[in-house]
Design a protein around this ligand. Structure first.
Ligand code: MLT
Length: 238
């Protein structure tokens, strides 16, 4: 199995792509789906998101600059996506980097991962043979340490499942970065640029939430314009 990590989001064409935006878009998607949201519809910008939500009668969520948008039902804090709020309700989501990274992924199978569902995603990937590209969403077009380290942890988990892996240079670097922070994921999130910015915005509780490795067992797949929590094997193909 060949694995590579893109430090910044880009177009993917490998058999399988994994999109990671730990702070906070993919953590929010994983939480919403685990809490009974049937689908997340990623939108490129707030206007498109509003139009999609109105047309479908869906909830509208997202951020710009980390903060909720005027007139939106929800921001981009995973803590808002509770069963009470999202169970049975599709959500249109637009975020600065995470939804953009997802919309760039052009692989036949596109998974969504964060620390919250990493063991489940690793377990699914460990049973596959195809080439995997992990796309890190980054922050405002720049590199994000938390996404890169999360990618490294994912590789580490797949390797520990006994797979023989052929790692690209980005994957080797991501694994090395992860090992520097092994066992200290909450500290990692507090130390990164985006983590510090969220803390300044009064959203420090999101850092603790997003640092919980394996809180959920969903393996969301982006397919036909929607991110859903079903078995990726059943829904493969875009
Ligand atoms: C993004 O997509 O840029 C992020 O999820 C930003 C955020 O923390 O809300």
């Amino acid at each position: 199995m060949r694995l590579e990590v893109l430090p910044l989001a880009g177009k993917t064409s490998t058999e399988i792509a994994v999109v990671i935006d730990v702070l906070r878009a993919t953590s929010t998607m994983v939480t919403a789906l685990a809490n009974g949201c049937p689908a997340i519809i990623p939108a490129a910008d707030p206007d498109e998101a509003r139009a999609l939500a109105v047309a479908g009668g869906y909830l509208l969520g997202g951020e710009r600059g980390g903060l909720p948008l005027p007139g939106f039902d929800l921001g981009n804090s995973p803590r808002e996506y509770t069963p009470k709020t999202v169970a049975g309700r599709k959500v249109v989501l637009t975020t600065t980097n995470g939804t953009r990274a997802l919309l760039l992924a052009a692989s036949p199978v596109v998974l969504v991962a964060s620390f919250l569902n990493l063991p489940a995603a690793a377990g699914w990937l460990a049973r596959r043979k195809g080439d995997v590209l992990i796309s890190c969403a980054g922050t405002d077009g720049g590199f994000s340490l938390e996404d890169f380290a999360c990618a490294g942890m994912l590789l580490d988990m797949i390797a520990k499942a006994g797979n023989s892996l052929e790692l690209g240079d980005g994957a080797v670097a991501a694994r090395a970065v992860y090992r520097q922070w092994e066992g200290r994921i909450p500290d990692l999130l507090k130390s990164t640029g985006h983590g510090r910015r969220l803390d300044r915005l009064g959203l420090g509780a999101d850092l603790e939430f997003c640092a919980r490795v394996g809180r959920y067992a969903v393996v969301p797949q982006f397919s036909h314009g929607e991110v859903v929590a079903g078995d990726p094997d059943a829904g493969a193909g875009r």
